[in-house]
Design a protein around this ligand. Structure first.
Ligand SMILES: Cc1cn([C@H]2C[C@H](O)[C@@H](COP(=O)(O)OP(=O)(O)O[C@H]3O[C@H](CO)[C@@H](O)[C@H](O)[C@H]3O)O2)c(=O)[nH]c1=O
Length: 330
């Protein structure tokens, strides 16, 4: 079985961080999101993975993962020249998948639930699609499933008046019939070829669509708040091996776990944590930081106020006192 990970979206809600970094390379607990998806597939024994990218992302993504040699897998890059929707991204991968059943992951989702049931559904269960569903607080932001007598009877993409609060999460298993579906559907009102419309087509053609409801955490890392939340959750996870790199220099610092501090950082007179990730080569002096993501090469010094709930971009220089006076026009 092959795996497919979609990375070709614009990531516009995370600008400016995604101006020159593909969204799926943003670090969560100092691990690129895409790596977490790749590992998720590897845990299921999948070692042939297609990654759908925009050509402009190739240098960054290929630069990090190559052809998968370091991970002992085979990665193939597939282009989607225009972000015309998830079903359109899938279409670009038809030749690569070449008739096999496959698992599809949206590269910006952090899925905790196991996907083994989805995999066996399409491999041995005689179904053409298997979905992962979860109750969500804001169904208007998701593809929503309508269930009757334990069967999915309808799917709607980001409905204004949702028929349920069961969202389709970004992990799917399909057989080759999904490629007939993506050929048949037309763009939605927002101009995208929707994956929900493609699955609805399968249902309408009497294909079998299975589902599993999970209450495990899923985060669509599409906004700043959710990026910080994903960082918290991953730092909490026991699986994280190394929290403070051996090369890190700490002088007179208080570290409140969980934190992740990457290589070549120097921290003096700082209080760091909980829930702080600091990227490689950052230098921090006389600062207090909580629940934040500091990207690579940041310099922070002499802050008279605590840094909380923020993401600080690569190579930023931060120093000074907080001015709480209102600025008045001259
Ligand atoms: C539109 C588009 C997206 N992508 C990639 C980028 C992201 O890593 C991933 C998800 O794209 P987004 O545009 O953020 O999708 P989003 O609006 O969150 O909605 C999707 O993901 C939701 C789950 O998070 C589902 O409930 C929705 O049914 C599904 O449509 O797919 C592509 O590779 N090509 C594309 O054309």
């Amino acid at each position: 079985m092959k795996g497919l990970i979609l990375c070709a979206g614009k990531g516009s809600r995370l600008y400016p961080f995604t101006n020159n970094l593909p969204k799926t390379l943003i670090p969560v607990a100092n691990t690129p999101l895409l790596q977490l998806s790749i590992v998720k597939l590897m845990e299921l024994g999948i070692d042939r993975i297609g990654v759908v990218i925009h050509p402009s992302q190739e240098a960054d993504i290929r630069g990090q993962f190559g052809e998968g040699e370091a991970l002992g897998i085979s990665i193939t890059y597939i282009y989607q020249h225009e972000a015309k929707g998830i079903a359109n991204a899938l279409k670009q991968a038809k030749d690569y998948i070449s008739g096999d059943a496959f698992l599809l992951l949206l590269g910006d989702n952090l899925i905790s639930a196991p996907l083994s049931d989805l995999k066996s559904d399409v491999e041995f269960g005689g179904v053409q699609a298997s979905l992962l569903l979860a109750e969500v607080a804001v169904p208007q932001d998701y593809g929503i499933a309508e269930i009757q007598d334990s069967r999915i009877i309808g799917l709607e993409e980001k409905p204004a008046h949702p028929k349920s609060n069961l969202a389709v999460l970004g992990g799917y298993a399909f057989t080759k019939e999904i490629f007939d579906a993506v050929d048949e559907i037309t763009p939605s009102k927002r101009g995208e070829y929707e994956i929900t419309d493609a699955i609805q087509w399968l249902i309408d053609q009497q294909h079998a669509v299975a589902y599993h409801v999970t209450d495990q955490l899923n985060i669509d890392v599409g906004t700043m708040d959710r990026w910080l939340l994903a960082n918290q959750k991953l730092l909490d996870a026991k699986a994280l091996k190394k929290r403070v790199h051996d090369s890190v220099r700490l002088e007179r610092c208080t570290i409140v776990e969980p934190v992740s501090i990457e290589k070549d950082c120097v921290l003096k007179d700082c209080q760091v944590g909980p829930y702080v990730s600091i990227g490689a080569g950052s230098k921090l002096e006389n600062c207090q930081i909580e629940n934040s993501i500091i990207l690579n090469g940041v310099h922070m010094k002499d802050l008279t106020f605590p840094i909380k709930n923020v993401v600080i971009g690569e190579h930023s220089i931060v120093s000074g006192v907080l001015i709480d006076k209102e600025v008045t026009e001259p």
